[in-house]
Design a protein. Structure first.
Length: 273
């Protein structure tokens, strides 16, 4: 089942690549359309506001602001929608990767007839889904041959997993170090700084954010995902690369240890020498 699961995750990621491209295409088209609509009246709003301020007609100024907000509301809604799509896509990608890792752990447990792990992690009623622990067990059971934590992707997986754990519970803000955000964005430009977290134990509750951020590499920040969908392209690419690397390592491990392709697919128990 493990090799079958890897193929499934690989196919799902390829399908998501097409979905992402379509999301970006539609977003750019809609945003340009509404941006052109507002651009055609922007100068008029500016002139009318200047005239209302000059005449101290604050009732009219208020009405102009309301009218202008009606024009810009669509762009704001599109930005919110794009951020929401980024959140959904990140959660989906993390779920697929985690599922593959846990499935690999389960497959090795079955093949090696590891009754202790089967009882602890995969007994009835236990919904084990910790990809970090599963990766450690995979490394142990394969004598460090399949060491997922050695892949470059693992840093991004840990980061995305921590983000997923927050936004999946409905909170768009998560806390992350300044250094980690910058390192993540160098590869996958998805995270936006919101405000630096106040670490002072005496004033934190009154002032959770710093008025004057330090931008220190070790400082912690409240962050959210951006409303730019283009970062999803790279997210999908590196997830797909990781799946292909793990799949290749798994098949190579099977070949080196005389494990048939049927075992790799079906997780049938093998007799260890």
């Amino acid at each position: 089942m493990s090799l079958m699961r890897m193929n499934h995750v690989q196919n799902e990621l390829k399908k998501l690549a097409g979905v992402i491209n379509k999301l970006i295409e539609n977003y750019d088209l809609n945003f340009r359309e509404y941006d052109q609509t507002y651009s055609s009246v922007e100068s008029s709003f500016k002139d009318r506001k200047i005239l209302a301020e000059k005449n101290k007609d604050f009732d009219l100024l208020h009405e102009i602001h309301i009218e202008e907000n009606n024009y810009t509301a669509t762009q704001k809604n599109l930005n919110s929608l794009a951020q929401f799509q980024n959140e959904l896509m990140l959660v989906k990608h993390v779920a697929l990767i985690e599922n593959m890792i846990v499935s690999l752990f389960w497959c090795l447990t079955r093949m090696f007839q590891h009754s202790e792990y089967e009882k602890k992690y995969f007994s009835e009623g236990i919904n084990f889904s910790d990809s970090l622990e599963a990766a450690s067990k995979i490394c142990e059971m394969t004598n460090r041959v399949i060491n997922l934590k050695k892949h470059k992707f693992w840093y991004f997986h840990e980061t995305m997993k921590s983000i997923r754990n927050v936004i999946a519970h409905g909170d768009p803000l998560f806390v992350m170090s300044y250094r980690r955000v910058n390192k993540f964005n160098e590869k996958i430009d998805l995270i936006q700084f919101n405000s630096e977290k106040n670490e002072c134990v005496y004033t934190n509750r009154m002032h959770p954010s710093k008025i004057h951020p330090t931008f220190d590499s070790k400082s912690n920040w409240y962050c959210n995902l951006k409303n730019d969908l283009n970062g999803l392209v790279k997210l999908n690419e590196i997830c797909l690369e990781f799946v292909e690397e793990v799949k290749a390592s798994y098949m190579k491990y099977g070949e080196s240890n005389g494990i048939s392709i049927h075992n790799l697919y079906g997780c049938l128990p093998i007799h260890q020498k």
